[in-house]
Write a protein that binds this ligand. Structure first.
Ligand code: EPZ
Length: 419
């Protein structure tokens, strides 16, 4: 096990690179299962979740190789359409392989991905939607045996909630199904558009991605393609917030910020100056940030739940009171204890967290509880007086490639040590 050791109080000043989006890479790797020819994913982040997805592909019989930030997948010979529990449990979002295996082979056996640090992670919306496409599902001791004896067929589907994963599973099951699928109340996250772009390059017929209704006409087969994964908007916002919380001046490279419009104005309201070019986003923080009165997490294009913990860390030092409302996940305030340990004043009641800005945070020994909560503790450590140790950083390695190297490149005093 490893930890990050941070000597805080240094305003960041410098450039930070941005890699491809984890939440695009995972469904794109699943989608490669559908293709009869080689697919190549460029700008793929080197993350433990990506390596886990590659292990699932290899288990099914794909040839999957990763060189630097490029992954090549050959799925011409699928030999297994079941995913063992151990592989399913490694990564919550492995459920997205369900739609891909069904789309390719018409049957599969997977396990419930299980809950995670954010609370129970039900998949009822996924299963209801696939059922309407002709999938029969037998549940046995946590195992899901899925089959489509008459093949998958298009359907009219309305999601009760715009679930990202359920939207992706329907897209992956529908591209090779017979007939048209109309998916209403679909998720609108940019990663959905990234997946649709990839599938269209492979010959799929998809329209409406990024809006609430997606239409898919099934085709008989998909070819291969080369696809460059979009930059990781959540990691990018994390690094901009690192500049904000330390009162620094940073340049985020590799993105125009086009997928961050639902968060950049919040940083401006807090007093940061944001400038954008085609290939970079610049942030200059004020001496002291202003509190942002109310932040509600909502499905895209609302304020992203994945930025809630990170923005909360920033607001712990802002002048005034900020009120957060977490509307997407049941248990996404687990980072609060660590922030309070570092001197933050936060009061949680149900879905609401009230943050009263303090003048100073101080270093402490804390532990990451989940991916974005862990990132929030690192940001607080960058601003705190003294030394902070963040343990359990395997959570962070799931979604940030060499976070400490990126931050060190902008002047942070941070290092990775054995726990
Ligand atoms: C994706 O998770 C992301 N993960 C999450 O990012 C992100 O927070 C989430 O979308 C929301 O934007 C990946 O893309 C790999 P959902 P997903 O299905 O698909 C409930 C990160 O930090 N729900 O949109 O699992 C569910 O319990 C991760 O990068 C059902 O009730 O999210 C949750 O409360 C964390 N039934 C809400 O919907 C279902 O069948 C949103 O879930 C499915 C979901």
């Amino acid at each position: 096990m490893q930890k990050l050791v941070i000597n805080g109080g240094i305003p960041l000043d410098g450039e930070m690179p941005l890699y491809g989006a984890k939440n695009s890479a995972l469904p794109l790797l699943a989608a490669s299962l559908l293709c009869g020819e080689e697919t190549v994913l460029e700008n793929c982040p080197r993350l433990t979740d990506v390596f886990a997805a590659c292990r699932i592909l290899t288990h099914t019989g794909c040839r999957c190789t990763m060189q630097e930030h490029t992954v090549s997948v050959r799925a011409d010979a699928i030999v297994r359409s079941e995913i063992p529990e151990s592989l399913m449990q490694e990564m919550r979002s492995s459920i997205v392989f369900l739609g891909a295996l069904l789309g390719r082979t018409g049957a599969c056996q997977v396990y419930y991905p299980g809950g995670c640090e954010l609370g129970p992670r039900p998949i009822d919306l996924h299963l209801e939607a696939l059922g309407r496409m002709g999938v029969q599902i037998v549940r046995q001791e946590g195992r899901l045996e899925c089959s489509a004896p008459n093949g998958l067929h298009g359907a009219q589907i309305h999601l009760k909630f715009p679930s990202v994963g359920a939207t992706e599973n329907v897209m992956l099951a529908a591209v090779l199904a017979k007939g048209e699928t109309v998916l209403c109340n679909a998720a609108r996250e940019p990663e959905i558009c990234d997946l649709a772009d990839f599938l269209r390059k492979c010959g799929a017929r998809i329209s409406g991605d990024g809006e609430s209704t997606i239409r898919i006409q099934g085709v008989s087969a998909l070819k291969g393609c080369v696809h460059r994964i979009r930059p990781d908007r959540i990691a990018g916002l994390t690094y901009l917030c690192a500049g904000a919380i330390t009162g620094g001046m940073v340049k985020l490279c590799g993105t125009s910020g086009v997928q961050m419009e639902n968060v950049l104005p919040v940083l401006e309201q807090a007093g940061c100056r944001i400038d954008r070019t085609e290939h970079a986003v610049y942030l200059r923080a004020p001496r002291r940030l202003r509190a942002v009165s109310r932040l509600r997490t909502m499905p895209h294009p609302g304020f992203p739940t994945d930025v809630q913990a990170i923005m909360m860390a920033v607001m712990t030092l802002a002048k005034g009171v900020s009120v957060f409302e977490e509307n997407i996940f049941e248990n996404r305030y687990r980072h609060v204890d660590g922030l309070v340990q570092m001197g933050a004043e936060i009061c949680v009641s149900g879905r609401v967290a009230v943050v009263s800005g303090v003048q100073e945070l101080y270093g402490a020994r804390v532990a990451a509880t989940d991916l974005r909560g862990g990132a929030a503790l690192v940001l607080a450590g960058l601003a705190a007086r003294g030394t902070t140790e963040v343990r359990q950083i395997h959570h962070i390695d799931r979604g940030y490639e060499e976070m400490e190297q990126v931050l060190k490149g902008a002047g942070a005093c941070i290092s990775r040590r054995a726990q």
